[in-house]
Structure formats: C-alpha cells, structure tokens
Write a protein that binds this ligand. Structure first.
Ligand SMILES: Nc1ncnc2c1ncn2[C@@H]1O[C@H](COP(=O)(O)OP(=O)(O)OP(=O)(O)O)[C@@H](O)[C@H]1O
Ligand SMILES: [Mg+2]
Length: 456
C-alpha cells in the first residue's frame, strides 16, 4: 500500500511566515494546513489527524514569553502523545525551546530557520511519529484480542500476525468475512472471535452447517416456513436468517451448498429480503454473514460448482488460516492450553510435557491440525500416569511427512530440499504466493508450478 503524503499543521500568527512555510513544505510533498492562533490549532486537531505540528510559540503581537504556545504544547501532549510537535522560537530564546521540549515538543527550530535543517527535523519526526503510532495500534489490537468473552485463540507464530491484525480490524465492522483453511485449523474459533468483537456481540451467533442441509429442507431451515406450506409444515417455523436478525449468521461448509440453493442464498444476501416458504410476504433481515470452508472456493468457481457472484458477496474480506504444520511455533502454546482445559475437566494434576513428548508434538505433521492436537492432548491427559505427559501418552506415531527436515540437508534429495524451502517461505509469508515467490527468487507462476509438483 502506498503511504499517504504526510499532513502537517503549521501555526503562526504572521501570514508571511505561514506563506513561506507553505511554499517550502508543499514542494517537499507535504500536505499543509495552517492555523494562526492557539484556538485554531486545537480546532484543526479535532477535525483531522496530522503527522506533525510545526508551531510558533508566540501568538499575541509584542509578547515573547511563549506562554500561549507552551500551553498548547502541553495540551497536545496530553491529548495525543504520539503526535510530534516541533516548535519555532525567536532567535536566542533557547530557554523557551528547552521548556517546550520539557513539555513534550520533540524538537525545535529557531527563526529565521534554515530550510535544510527544518526539513530534516520534519522528516525525522514524521517517521518516528508514524512508527510510534503503528506500535500503539498493534498493542491496542492485541489488547482487543485478549479481552474477555472471546474464545481462546492462540496465535503466536509470525505467519499468524497478519491474521490477528485482520481479525481485530474487521471484527468490529459489518463486513462479510469468508474464512478458509484445512479441517481443524480454527475457522469456527475465528468466526466466534469476529462476532465477539462486533457490536452484535450481545446477540448469539447463529451457526448453520449449510453444506450438510439436505436439499428438501434447505429453504425452510434458512428462511422459515408458514403453516401449511407443505405436508409436514404443521406450524410456522422461524428460519435461521430470522434467528440471526440483528446478529451474526455463521454459514459453515459453504462450498458444499448445491448450485440451486446458492441462488437462493445470493438473493437474500443481495437484497437483505426474504420470504418464508409458503408466504408471499417479503421481510427484511439485518444479518452479518461469516462463512467458512475448507475447499478452495476459487477453484470451485472456476469449475462451475460455486457461483462467482455469491463468492463476491461472501468474501468482502477473506481470512485464510494456515495448517498447523506451517505454524509449528504455535504448537507448544496450543498444547499447554489444551493440557490446562483437559486436566481441569478430568481433575488430573499435570504440570506439562516431558522432553520426548514435546519433541514428538513438534515433529508430528498434524494432518488434522489444531483439532487433532486437541484430541491428542485429551487422550494423553487420560493416559498419563505421572504428573507430566510422556511421549507414549500422546499416541502419535513418528512420521516421515514432517515438514521439518528430519534428515540432514546433505542427505536430502534436491526435490525434498526445494519442497521444504517452498513450504517454509509460504508459511513465513502467511501463504502469500507473490511474497513467497519473491523471497525465493522465483516468478509467481514458477512457484505455482512447483507447488503443484510437490502437492503443496
Ligand atoms: N488458535 C486456536 N487457539 C485455541 N484453540 C483453537 C485454535 N484453533 C483451533 N482451536 C480449537 O481446535 C478445535 C478445532 O477448531 P475449529 O472447530 O474452529 O476448526 P475448523 O477450522 O472449523 O474445522 P472444520 O473445518 O473441521 O470445521 C476447536 O476445539 C477449537 O477450539
Ligand atoms: Mg468448523
């Protein structure tokens, strides 16, 4: 993404100073707004975000105390400590500049300023300010994800960080989200997290396994029916869309919905309107749709088995969860988490895993992903005879499928090494093929060809 031009607020009560600054800074690609009084500064800051404030300290002619300016510096500092403030002082009033910095100004320039020095100061402060704000935002996002009421969602692996950020950013919105990933990678956990982060959190999330609904009941299950609509319709029935009104509807296994039912779903998603089976009365529902699938939906669309227009409605945002074998960094934390829950449930005193067990956990390929790990730990908790889990308790056989090379590099074939490196690069870049290709020095299509060859 291209970063926006930095926006600078300049403030001085002398118009010729403002004009000179404007000319200088515009030529450097900054977007400029100006204020000519302390009130003007505060008003501008309320309306917009700036990358920096460059301000004079004196606003009433003939005063040189700088008091008004210093007060503004303090106010900005308490309002937004990440916003860089650079003060301008009259030549020789170094004490004033020092006082301003004590109150939170990041730097100062003496008038008349030297252009190169002023520009250098601005550039540095804008950059520092931006990275400070980014850090703060990440911290806020992490706090959001740690907040109460959310399902446990463990994601410490580097490849999971962009996913965490995406979740915390789109969670609170009404955007439709499609979650993809292999079996047991945590798609439902993500759906619950998105719901819990949204303003709809007070209403329960309604889940439907749409892929598993038999042809005959799909419509009445989803949209409801009225009494007498068909032979078995003895009473009115409220559909899942109505149940989820005002909340979130989680459509699981979405890729398995047959084409004619996809058309019916599409209509509701497009219009927000539906009729119960057997009724001609149209009514509106307000639902946020989160859907999930372990299929490759784009392939399904290409093969004509999934409607492209429906996909377009569902995947305003797409979250792809990598398989556990590509985010092994998360295994210890997940294992400890599951140990805690199962030991609690079965009232067993267990303190952790012995070395061999940890080793086995890290090396297993986990084709069933997080769910398989969960089950393995549950079983181990029941089997354990000491207060730590031993490798035998886990019941997982050592496997050659592991993507960690168990052999030394020189013992591996060219193909094995290549496949290993490709998996690693894909994991590192959260399965972003372009970035992985870039890192490997391959073109996208060359990487795709290799992925196909190695069944990745
Ligand atoms: N990141 C995680 N942190 C903690 N628990 C997790 C995480 N991911 C998955 N789990 C747990 O693993 C199990 C499987 O997760 P979930 O049901 O969300 O997978 P899924 O992707 O929906 O699988 P499927 O495709 O088979 O429906 C659940 O018990 C869930 O709580
Ligand atoms: Mg699921």
């Amino acid at each position: 993404m291209k970063t926006a031009s930095p926006r600078i607020l300049i403030a001085d009560d002398q118009t010729d100073v403002l004009e000179a600054l404007r000319l200088l800074l515009k030529a450097e690609g900054y977007v400029i707004e100006s204020a000519n009084s302390p009130q003007g500064i505060m008003a501008a800051l309320e309306v917009r975000d700036f990358d920096a404030v460059l301000m004079d300290l004196n606003y009433t002619r003939d005063t040189t105390s700088g008091e008004e300016g210093l007060e503004i510096v303090s106010r900005i500092q308490s309002m937004d400590p990440t916003l860089p403030v650079i003060v301008m002082t009259a030549w020789g009033s170094i004490e004033l500049a020092v006082e301003a910095m004590r109150r939170g100004a990041r730097d100062f320039a003496q008038k008349p300023w030297e252009n190169p020095r002023l520009l250098a100061i601005l550039r540095t402060q804008v950059e520092l300010g931006r990275s400070l704000r980014k850090e703060q935002r990440l911290e806020a996002e992490n706090q959001l994800l740690r907040a109460e009421g959310r399902p446990a969602f463990i994601a410490q692996a580097p490849s999971m960080q962009p996913i965490l950020q995406l979740i915390s950013r789109v969670g609170p919105s009404d955007a439709n989200v499609l979650i993809t990933g292999e079996h047991g990678t945590g798609k439902e956990v993500v759906a619950k997290t998105l719901h819990a982060l949204s303003e709809r959190a007070a209403t329960p999330m309604v889940t439907v396994n749409v892929g598993g609904l038999p042809e005959g009941v799909f419509e009445s299950e989803m949209f409801g029916h009225v009494k007498g609509a068909f032979t078995d319709a003895k009473t009115d029935r409220v559909g899942r869309f109505d149940l989820a009104d005002g909340g979130t509807l989680f459509l699981d296994e979405i890729a398995n919905v047959p084409l004619n039912q996809q058309a019916k779903l599409l209509r509701v998603l497009e219009t927000g309107e539906l009729e119960r089976v057997g009724s001609s009365k149209t009514h509106r529902v307000n639902v946020r749709v989160v859907s999930a699938t372990n299929a490759n939906v784009n392939e399904e669309v290409a093969a004509g088995r999934f409607r492209g227009d429906l996909l377009f409605r569902l995947n305003t945002i797409e979250i792809h969860l990598p398989p556990l074998r590509d985010r092994r960094e998360d295994i210890p934390a997940l294992a400890t988490h599951f140990l805690g829950t199962h030991a609690g449930r079965y009232r067993k005193q267990l303190t952790g895993f012995d070395t061999a067990a940890t080793q086995a956990l890290l090396q297993h390929p986990w084709p069933g992903n997080v769910r398989e790990l969960d089950h393995a730990i549950e079983r181990a908790v029941l089997m354990a005879q000491r207060n730590t889990i031993a490798a035998v308790d886990l019941g997982i056989a050592a496997s050659r499928e592991s993507s960690i090379p168990s052999a030394r590099l020189e013992d591996m074939s060219m193909e094995e090494v290549e496949s290993f490196l490709i998996r690693k690069a894909l994991a590192r870049y959260g399965n972003n093929v372009s970035q992985a290709a870039n890192a490997l020095g391959l073109s996208r299509s060359a990487l795709y060809r290799r992925m196909q060859r190695y069944g990745i």
